[in-house]
Design a binder for this molecule. Structure first.
Ligand code: SAH
Length: 280
């Protein structure tokens, strides 16, 4: 018995040692840590956090987390981190912090409902699904550090090359704004591209628009086609033949049928969604 526990203790010791010495940032988890403290403070102060329930995605070693906790005062911060080694580090560093809950969790499997604000220096590989999860949640705001090209998609307007399905979906619910540019050298290891900080604020109910998400998804598979041609190309998924689609376009969508998908604005999509007959 004694021997086993001694070996166990030794193993634990070496395990801990090796955690420190073998530590390498994991590229596949998008581990680019923010080393610019002023930027971490900027991100955390982008909205008034006092008393809020905050969710942080991918806390890393807590660069942003510490300011979220500080600025939230009596609010609560829940920090998600998928990398167990980092979770241990976070617990050591912030274990005594009363307004922080550290969760060893995959953000993609976590329920985002019930938080006022969502923060994160997002790994690129999960940026799109995270944005769609934010969209489906009841959060009022989000401040996200993302790759520049991704951030541009969130703030694009019709006609921009970055204008996408994600743009329309997010802007149907949130007001979006780039509030900071973050050079690659602000991270360790430095990624290949620059990042931006994007702020999302939920629009008042009467300014939000309902979009037919199925129609939107199909249309953006052919974003350089006109609305009519993109619907014709999606006829299988729409379960309609050419004739039926032409009739719908003529009868309900004549205003937009000859406009290219990437030239349709958020308002156009709202109107198209209202007028596209769901049952015919
Ligand atoms: N917030 C820190 C770390 C950013 S790097 C900073 O700004 O420095 C991105 C972090 O997200 C990494 O720590 C990575 O391990 C974590 N991560 C990656 N995929 C994740 C997932 N699916 N769920 C939760 N965390 C994830």
């Amino acid at each position: 018995m004694k021997m086993t526990s001694k070996f166990q203790a030794e193993e634990d010791y070496f395990q801990e040692e090796s955690n420190l010495t073998d530590w390498r940032p994991k590229k596949r988890l998008g581990q680019n840590f923010l080393i610019d403290i002023a930027m971490a403070m900027n991100v955390a102060s982008a909205i008034d956090l006092k008393g809020l329930k905050i969710l942080e995605i991918g806390a890393g070693s807590g660069q942003i987390t510490q300011y979220l906790c500080e600025y939230a005062k009596k609010g609560k911060v829940t920090a998600l981190e998928i990398d167990k080694q980092l979770v241990e580090e976070l617990k050591k560093k912030f274990g005594k912090n009363k307004n922080l809950l550290i969760k060893d969790t995959d953000a993609l499997k976590f329920d985002f409902n019930g938080y006022d604000a969502i923060f994160g220096n997002l790994p690129y590989y999960i940026s799109t699904p995270i944005l769609f999860k934010i969209l489906e949640s009841d959060c009022k705001s989000a401040v996200l550090m993302v790759q520049e090209e991704f951030g541009k998609r969130l703030v694009a307007t019709k006609g921009d090359s970055d204008f996408s399905r994600l743009t329309v979906s997010i802007q149907s619910v949130f007001q979006t704004e780039i509030i900071d540019y973050v050079p690659a050298e602000s991270f360790d290891p430095a990624p290949k591209v620059a990042s931006v900080v994007v702020k999302l604020l939920r629009k008042p109910e009467n300014q939000q628009v309902k979009i037919n998400s199925k129609l939107l998804r199909m249309a953006f598979c052919h974003k350089n086609k006109t609305l009519l041609n993109s619907l014709l190309s999606s006829r299988k998924e729409l379960k309609k033949n050419r004739e039926e689609i032409r009739n719908i376009a003529q009868k309900h969508l004549s205003e937009w049928k000859d406009v290219k998908i990437r030239q349709l604005s958020l308002e156009d999509w709202s109107n198209i969604s209202k007028k596209y007959p769901l049952t015919s």
